[in-house]
Design a binder for this molecule. Structure first.
Ligand code: DGJ
Length: 518
């Protein structure tokens, strides 16, 4: 589990819209919303252009103000370093970087071409700094190191800032790799042998197409020889990861707290999504090339949430979701991500608007699938706050169960919804004719041999024995309630109809005691 100052911390977070942390005034209503949602932490951009307006002159007044505002509300923070990359663009680089094209070159998507319009992205224009420009990497590293040095002094004791994300959705839009003369030369040269060896040695955990490319390629040689059809993306990825690792290393040398990267997920061919970014299929490469990064995170705006979680929660990479939609699956996803993946944290993007009607135009821009009614139905604020409060109350028990099968969860977005524990199984039926909502979730925590705590919503529950020697099960006690000052407080002793037809149509915390017998 994620630790802050030696203590476990479950991030029940939200990420703010990109521009809200650019002034303390703009943040006021945002803090209020965070409190309304009962978040315990907020993800905030800190931008290169604002902290280093002139080369070498740093201004941390805003950073300090944000930390002070958060402390007043007893909230923790994660900072998102918008430096060289923000969504495969360089819009947050300072003016002195953007305008000095000779010193800080832009990426060439084709020979001599630095800007690309992508029709598949509503005609958006992409330009970005080159991953091959040593000067830009040095300048970004210096700025990031200065930020981390400052954070250590201002916040090292209090540890309000619990982790920092290095860059945002890095990579190249418009082509699978850069095409400058230097990039071409490196692409034709030999693959660094340690990378080729690492990829071969780790091919068994790779996705099928990546494994095939890695295993069928030569043991050494040019990128095309070693990585075949994936050569261009793997090449770009290696250089982006090395670049970000250099920035991360410079920051970590100043202040050693966890560092993250986040990914714009795969959509079609590389270049239609940022090529070189930390997509799940290239986790092994990122882990090798960016050892100063502690967690590789997916920004999940696609429908197959559960598959993406699996893709990132492997090879020792903990799951941390910095961005996902604020639609009606947000609350269930939070509970599932904690209960099934034992995650570091979960953070819907643009939480300021949670509960408000989802504007179709904005939905399209933010990658939300507005064609699906559930993905365009807003998450209720009240329910989301309930989930956060309940998970917070359960945290001492969650901590005990992380990494064990005593904590499990299922969600309507996946097909299999039975959880098998020592002695019992719990089926959460979400297609049951009596279940009226489609955003179901169930988290079950086995507190002792026969006792469970459950978070249930949008499901009908059935308990069964998992012990062939004792095939029958009785419910000895069933209660709903909450924790008050760490003590269980029952609201209803549920029996009769309520214990026969266990259909939970609103978020409910249950305690159940079971008995298995011959
Ligand atoms: C992903 C980015 O990482 C965020 O900063 C934001 O731009 C969202 N997309 C908007 O959908």
């Amino acid at each position: 589990m994620f630790q802050v100052n030696g203590k476990p911390f479950l991030m029940l977070a939200g990420e703010v819209h990109n521009s809200n942390s650019s002034s303390l005034e703009a943040m006021e209503p945002v803090w209020a919303k965070a409190e309304e949602l009962d978040l315990n932490s907020v993800l905030l951009p800190v931008t290169w252009e604002l902290i280093e307006p002139e080369e070498g002159r740093f201004d941390f007044e805003l950073v300090d103000g944000l930390i002070t505002q958060a402390r007043k509300r007893n909230l923790k923070l994660a900072f998102l370093w918008f430096g060289t990359w923000k969504n495969a663009q360089c819009m947050y680089a300072p003016e002195w970087v953007k305008t000095d094209l000779d010193r800080f070159w832009r990426a060439e998507v084709a020979k001599g071409q630095h800007k690309k319009t992508l029709e598949s992205f509503h005609g958006m224009q992409y330009t970005t700094l080159s991953a091959f420009c040593g000067e830009t990497c040095k300048a970004d590293s210096r700025a990031f190191a200065a930020l981390m040095r400052h954070l250590k002094v201002f916040d090292g004791q209090a540890r309000t800032v619990v982790y920092v994300q290095v860059e945002n959705e890095s990579g190249l839009q418009g082509a699978a790799r850069e095409h400058s003369d230097l990039a071409d030369e490196l692409f034709a040269a030999e693959v660094p042998q340690d990378l080729a060896d690492h990829m071969k040695a780790h091919s068994s955990t790779m996705r099928e197409d990546v494994r095939a490319a890695v295993e069928n390629g030569a043991v050494s040689g040019s990128w095309a020889e070693v990585f075949g059809p994936l050569a261009e993306e793997i090449f770009q990825c290696y250089y982006v990861a090395r670049y970000i690792d250099a920035v991360a290393a410079a920051g970590k040398a100043e202040y050693d707290i966890p560092l993250a990267v986040n990914a714009w997920l795969e959509q079609g061919e590389p270049g239609n999504y940022p090529s070189g970014g930390p997509v799940g299929k290239l986790l092994e490469l990122w882990q090798f090339a960016a050892p100063h990064i502690d967690v590789i995170c997916p920004d999940i705006y696609v429908r197959d949430y559960c598959r993406v979680c699996e893709e990132y929660h492997r090879n020792g990479n903990p799951l941390l979701i910095p961005e996902t939609g604020i639609h009606s699956h947000a609350g269930p996803r939070l509970v599932y991500t904690v209960g099934h993946h034992h995650a570091w944290g979960f953070s819907p993007f643009g939480f300021e608007e949670m509960g408000e009607p989802i504007d179709a135009a904005i939905g399209i821009l933010f990658g939300m699938d507005t064609g699906d009614p559930l993905l365009s139905t807003p998450q209720s604020v009240q329910e989301y706050a309930w989930y956060n409060r309940t998970l917070r109350d359960l945290t001492p028990m969650l901590v005990q169960c992380y990494g064990t099968r005593r904590l499990q969860a299922v969600i309507s977005e996946q097909a299999e919804r039975t959880m098998v524990f020592d002695g019992y199984s719990i089926a959460a039926s979400m297609d049951h004719p009596m279940v009226r909502r489609k955003d179901g979730v169930c988290l079950a925590l086995q507190a002792s041999d026969n006792e469970f705590y459950l978070i249930a919503n949008g499901c009908a529950l059935a308990f069964a024995s998992a012990d062939p020697g004792k095939p029958h099960v009785d419910i000895l006690a069933l209660e709903d309630g909450s924790f008050v000052n760490g003590e269980w407080k029952m609201l209803h002793r549920l029996n009769g109809d309520e214990a026969q037809i266990m259909n939970y149509g609103k978020p409910t915390l249950l305690r159940v005691k079971l008995f298995a017998y011959r």
